[in-house]
Design a protein around this ligand. Sequence first.
Ligand code: SF4
Length: 99
Amino acid sequence: MDSTQPSGPTPCNKGIADLVSHTLKLIDDGFTKFEKVSDETARMRIAICEGCTEHFIVEERRCDLCCCPMDFKVTLKYDPIKGVQILKKTPITCPIGKW
Ligand code: SF4
């Protein structure tokens, strides 16, 4: 192991996150609508993210933990990735439990 490498969380892969998010938005705009939370819940979630000084990247409106573009993620009721993987509805959450 290279001891000159900085320690800390692994940087998120923005390219993959953007590809996945873009694909999910196309699906959502097209033949399948993902279940959404209420506007009030989405507003509450994004307000929490915007106040998350540790992980919210203001310029990109992205979480540096999950790498997700948050304006879309906060609207979703279930995690589309985990839902596909394990064939059940898994509520979508903040990775550190803030919402
Ligand atoms: S999802 Fe959670 S960790 Fe990420 S920016 Fe929002 S509140 Fe912070």
